[in-house]
Design a protein around this ligand. Structure first.
Ligand SMILES: [Zn+2]
Length: 477
């Protein structure tokens, strides 16, 4: 039996049908593949031309991860939203921070130069969000999604301190006012396999401008004593206004690293009673009660040989003293060089006349106040400077004999009368304990002794108090 020829056209087999259609599919698939490769190549080339391989990587990464969150910041009434820094700025800042955070003498040495952190920020024209803190720690920082790890760099006055909790920022309270640059490095660890770890560096600045805090050396004083006002968080730009029934206009000057100081001499002529002083800086006023105690200044009747009294204590000698001394009373140094305990100028001497004594000479009906203390000791005994300072007067005067004045800063002066010899000249800088001359009996004097005055801006204060206790407490560290 003859086999029937296969009729391909009208009865095609399943295999043939498949082969025919497979060819068509293949063609479409190949076209699609070419298109995909072409698109991919264009994409890669574009990425390479526009931003380099890093950008390409970032595009792929951003497809797989969410962006690094912004940092939210709340200081007082103000709110801030801080975006993370660019990768290049981050790298540069971190390198610098690691260097400044290392405990070394570098910070102190580089203080005169421009701050390296600020230099980097300035170079990149990056201006950190700046907030002002009026009170101590009221800052709050938070992220919508809390980071797993944080590192905080507090960059203040050329030095960097490091912390590893966000709470450290809330507690951060620098001991001076000024601008603190804060860099916060946050890390989020990937939770799932398709995510990557994320990190961001955030930079912002907090300008600390806290109200001044005043501290008085005493609230009860004898007349003729020195009142000292210490102030924290007071800057040179701050203006202090005073309202008081005591005669004073405190002039604040730097004291140590983080304080200011003002000297308020209270005259021995002040009446006993209750006084007050209100100190205002900006919108804040602090009021202090000051009690001036009732002090009985003794009376002394001094007998001096008539010829000595007539020669040294007359109208001409009084005028000479006034004319020579008054012009130098305004000569004051802006920084206090007086520190620590007061040096007894003539150790072993006998205190013969106290401070503020009402003195009558040779039964005269008129009295005058003894402006300092008399320390009696043998002629030729060396006299030491009571503290460090600058010699502003060294001359022979009719009334006070050989006279030396030392300015110790802020108008605080020590005066030495009746010297036999003067061993310093105007302009000499003396240290506490340096010999400035020898004891004598020149001028209006009854015998060898040193008359010592202390004054602040022309008002005499009690040298005995200064010899018993340091005039100033140590500056805060
Ligand atoms: Zn005297």
């Amino acid at each position: 039996m003859a086999r029937q020829p296969r009729n391909v056209s009208c009865k095609p087999s399943a295999t043939a049908f498949f082969t025919l259609h497979h060819r068509r599919f293949h063609r479409i698939f190949r076209l699609l593949l070419i298109m995909l490769v072409f698109t991919l190549l264009t994409f890669i080339l574009t990425a390479l031309v526009t931003g380099g391989p890093g950008r390409l990587l970032a595009i792929f990464q951003s497809a797989a991860t969410r962006p690094v969150p912004n940092l939210r910041l709340e200081v007082g009434e103000k709110h801030g939203k801080i975006r993370p820094l660019s990768e290049s700025l981050t790298a540069e800042l971190m390198a610098q921070l690691v260097q400044t955070a290392a405990p070394s003498t570098q910070a102190a040495a580089s203080q005169a130069q421009e701050d390296p952190i600020l230099k980097i920020l300035k170079k990149t024209k990056y201006e950190p969000v700046q907030l002002t803190a009026l009170t101590a720690p009221d800052q709050a920082v938070y992220f919508d999604m809390m980071p797993d790890q944080v590192r905080l760099f507090f960059h203040f006055n050329g030095t960097t301190t490091v912390a590893d909790t966000l709470e450290a920022l809330q507690k951060y309270n620098p001991d001076e006012d000024g601008t603190c640059y804060i860099l916060l490095e946050a890390r989020w660890i990937a939770r799932n396999a398709w995510q990557t770890n994320r990190k961001g560096l955030y930079c912002f600045a907090i300008h600390y401008d806290r109200p001044a805090v005043f501290e008085l050396s005493a609230s009860e004083l004898d007349p003729g004593e020195l009142l000292v006002i210490y102030a924290q968080y007071l800057t040179a730009e701050d203006k202090v206004t005073v309202q008081s029934n005591l005669p004073f206009t405190p002039d604040f000057a730097a004291y140590g690293r983080r304080e200011m100081i003002a000297l308020v001499p209270l005259s021995y002529d002040l009446r006993a009673g209750q006084y007050n002083a209100s100190l205002t800086v900006g919108e804040k006023t602090e009021t202090f009660q000051i009690t001036i105690k009732d002090k009985d200044f003794p009376t002394q009747n001094l007998i001096v040989k008539d010829e000595v009294a007539e020669a040294t204590r007359n109208e001409a000698s009084a005028k000479e003293f006034k004319d020579r001394i008054r012009p130098i009373l305004d000569d004051r140094d802006a920084i206090l060089s007086w520190a620590g305990e007061t040096q007894m100028p003539v150790p072993g001497a006998k205190l013969t006349t106290h401070f503020g004594v009402r003195r009558y000479v040779n039964d005269s009906p008129d009295s005058y106040r003894h402006t300092g203390i008399d320390l009696a000791i043998g002629r030729g005994t060396e006299i030491m400077a009571v503290n460090s300072g600058r010699v502003i007067f060294s001359e022979q005067l009719t009334q006070t004999g050989n006279t030396i004045l030392i300015e110790h800063g802020l108008g605080l002066k020590s005066w030495y009368y009746h010297l036999d010899t003067r061993q310093v000249k105007v302009g000499d800088v003396v240290q506490k304990g340096d010999v400035i001359g020898t004891v004598g009996s020149t001028g209006f004097s009854t015998g060898p002794h040193l008359h010592l005055n202390l004054s602040v801006n022309g008002t005499y204060v009690n040298p005995t108090t200064a010899l018993a206790n340091p005039l100033f407490r140590e500056p805060l560290e």
